[in-house]
Design a protein around this ligand. Structure first.
Ligand code: ADP
Ligand code: MG
Length: 699
């Protein structure tokens, strides 16, 4: 946007310094540009008038035309209210009531005068009334042009200062008057033509004050398209720039990998795993830094792909790091990979928060000297004392647990040449979200489970069926299997009281199964105790594991074949799916049983039905996105990308796809955006980077 849109909001007619400060604090509106992009979140249809006899309690807001016939103040003191009677052309009556501002209303409301009233009708004793309606004196000459009346988001604090939607609407009117002539087209003529987009000036005008339904729809489409287009353009340009600029170590040799593959691997890779290994190898030999996201549903076998990648690095004299979000996971990776590493004569270490000082010193030393080729661990790896001789590869597992800042600390541990990066996630991210969050990464997907896996059978049982469920558990354990029982906990960091469900559950499980051994793991336990309990379960010394969601991510006990989730209605869909993924990892038929009470909300029912119906993580992620909206999905909290102004990732997937394709096409033809037909786009990007407020919002 041009400089005009960087004008401070306080200079707008009707704003001034006081209101400007409030707008900044409450709504992040600093400039004209910010305000014009403060789009209405809904609209009221002010074209339709109702007769009083048509009113109905189910109507949210209605508009009625009539004449005021009498008004009086009733009650005393704080109970005082103003009551007025509105009579429409049929002679029907509607009572209007005010409990606040009684004196002022009493004075300003004109008897025997025609008004348009606007509010929510409520029925009382067979008569309709309307509390605190909006009023507009019906002056014949005044014609409202707006087809829909905008409703703007405000806050309690703004309302307390009388900056209500209506006031913002007034500001917007002033703004559009001066700003519309200044609006410059920000998309190329070719795009406007191809996608039949409304021009920007009209789009701004009609998103705020729609003239017709059709124009409103066009305006909305145009602005959504633009928003998504610029996000995609930015991400794709990052990718291009990085590919052009960032050198990467070249890892050509695969001798050890071949040895491993021929002599030490206990299974064949699935076709999907082979394809992904090829994609990764392609990156590692290209001379550019790899920046790849590896997505794969739980149990799809990402760990072995990680190890193979680490082997390639080791083969070429580089060190690698595998970082996991929890100690349990790091341990598990370590145990799983240590055997392989030993058989190949590779020095693999583990560094976590509970590594003893003495061992740490040795690890640090070996990493610095290059004696240690691979290290598995947690955040402890990020500490500054951890230095490498030649860090060539960083693998981050279950990446949604790490912030961007944290991750980049790892990259910087090789000052000479930035390490290759592989980010692995089991949270199936819907395509739309992946495109937005990771649009600048290359993406590999393992979309196939290892052969011989049986679909997990999922059922929903009510608490009243617990005895039968427990009998099933008994039968399965008698067959040699193991069982998880998971209790909800809102936040791992919360108070001890929140463990009541878990503790009660633990006691009752112990009572119900005196013949079996029971383990318990939760986030408040010391790492050693957690580890001890986990290991007992891994070694089948205990048959039942009672836990909170700490076991949600990645834990692998192939002999465990039953997952019981208590109060399943309290879990999100993706979380349920993650938990279910803890079973079905061995050859046996596995089961997931979702326990709930009888009282279930509509959304809970949808979640449970979805779990019972499908095992497909991507389908589940899509439904989760629709139910919750992107803000709540795991991994998205830290992403500013999702502060979208108008587009909605759950609903606008088709527009996103078009926008991304368009951005890709333009960059292919004109990577530097130098050609005259892309002038609008170049100018828009330049203005964004000048306007820091806007830029930080979308970057
Ligand atoms: P995730 O993708 O959830 O991290 P893991 O890497 O933990 O999955 O793998 C799950 C289980 O499947 C492990 O026990 C692993 O050894 C096994 N596995 C991985 N790949 C294969 C394969 N191609 N064939 C058979 N089993 C495999
Ligand atoms: Mg894993």
């Amino acid at each position: 946007m041009s400089n005009f849109f960087n004008t401070k909001i306080e200079f707008l007619k009707g704003v001034g310094p006081m209101r400007a400060e409030l707008l900044q604090k409450e709504l992040n509106i600093y400039t004209y540009g910010d305000l014009i992009q403060h789009y209405p979140f809904r609209y009221l249809d002010r074209t339709q008038f109702y007769k009083i006899r048509e009113l109905d309690e189910s109507m949210p807001y209605v508009q009625v035309r009539g004449r005021i016939r009498g008004k009086e103040v009733l009650g005393e003191g704080r109970k005082q209210r103003l009551s007025a009677i509105l009579v429409d052309e049929n002679g029907d009556q509607l009572e209007l009531v005010w409990f606040k501002g009684v004196k002022w209303m009493e004075k300003s409301l004109k008897n025997h005068t025609d008004y348009i009233v606007f509010g929510k009708p409520t029925e009382f004793n067979g008569r309709f009334n309307m509390a605190h309606p909006e009023l507009e004196e019906l002056a014949e000459e005044k014609q409202t042009t707006a087809f829909l009346q905008p409703v703007y988001h405000t806050t309690e604090k703004l309302k307390a200062h009388r900056i209500e939607s209506k006031v913002i609407s007034k500001m917007m009117e002033h703004l559009l008057k001066v700003a519309l002539p200044q609006v410059q087209e920000s998309l190329s003529p070719e795009l406007i033509d191809t996608y039949k987009l409304m021009d920007k000036r009209n789009a701004y005008a009609n998103i705020h004050f729609p003239e017709t339904a059709d124009k409103y729809n066009k305006a909305k489409f145009r602005l959504k398209f633009e928003e998504l287009f610029y996000i995609q353009l930015r991400l794709l340009r990052h990718k291009v720039v990085r590919k052009a600029d960032l050198q990467g170590q070249v890892f050509k040799s695969t001798a050890t990998l071949t040895d491993f593959y021929k002599n030490h691997m206990t299974f064949d890779l699935t076709n999907a795993q082979k394809r992904v290994v090829k994609e990764i190898y392609g990156d590692l030999t290209a001379g550019k830094q790899m920046n790849r996201l590896l997505q794969g549903d739980v149990g799809s076998g990402k760990t072995i792909v990680a190890f193979i990648t680490m082997l390639i690095a080791a083969d070429n004299g580089a060190q690698s790091v595998l970082m996991a979000p929890t100690e349990i996971l790091a341990d598990q990776h370590y145990v799983g990979l240590k055997a392989f590493a030993n058989s190949l004569g590779i020095n693999l270490g583990k560094l976590t928060g509970s590594t003893k000082a003495k061992d740490r010193r040795i690890l640090h030393e070996q990493l610095r000297s290059g004696d240690m080729k691979m290290i598995v661990g947690t955040h402890a790896l990020l500490e500054d004392v951890v230095q490498f001789q030649n860090l060539g590869l960083c693998i981050v597992d279950e990446q949604h647990r790490f912030g961007v800042e944290q991750r980049s600390k790892l990259w910087r541990k090789n000052p000479r040449i930035i390490p290759h990066v592989l980010v692995m996630t089991a949270t199936p991210i819907p395509r739309t979200l992946a495109m937005t969050l990771y649009g600048d990464l290359d993406v590999s997907v393992i979309d196939e489970l290892p052969a011989g896996r049986k679909e997990i059978v999922t059922t929903h049982r009510f608490d009243s069926h617990r005895l039968r469920v427990f009998q099933f558990v008994r039968d399965q354990i008698m067959l040699g299997r193991q069982v998880y029982i998971v209790y909800p906990l809102i936040e791992e960091s919360e108070q001890m009281e929140n463990y009541k469900d878990l503790m009660d559950g633990y006691e009752s499980v112990k009572r119900a199964f005196p013949e079996f051994k029971v383990s318990m793991v939760h986030g408040k336990m010391k790492a050693q105790d957690k580890d001890y309990e986990m290991q007992r379960f891994v070694r089948n010394e205990t048959q039942i594991m009672v836990a909170t969601t700490v076991i949600e991510v990645g834990v692998n006990v192939p002999n465990a074949s039953v997952m019981i989730i208590e109060s399943a209605e309290r879990f999100g869909l993706s979380q349920l799916h993650q938990l279910r993924g803890r079973v079905g990892r061995g050859a046996e038929q596995s089961y997931c049983i979702l326990m709930t009470g009888y009282k279930l909300s509509k959304d809970s029912k949808t979640r449970l039905e979805t779990m019972v119906r499908t095992n497909n993580g991507f389908e589940i992620a899509d439904i989760d996105l629709k139910l919750r909206g992107p803000g709540d999905l795991m991994g998205t909290q830290q992403s500013g990308v999702l502060d979208l102004l108008i587009a909605d990732l759950a609903k606008d997937a088709p527009i996103l796809q078009e926008a991304r394709a368009a951005a890709q096409r333009i960059l292919n033809q004109d990577p530097q955006l130098e050609q005259p037909e892309n002038m609008n786009i170049r100018r828009h990007i330049q203005s964004l980077s000048v306007n820091t407020v806007n830029w930080s919002r979308i970057s």
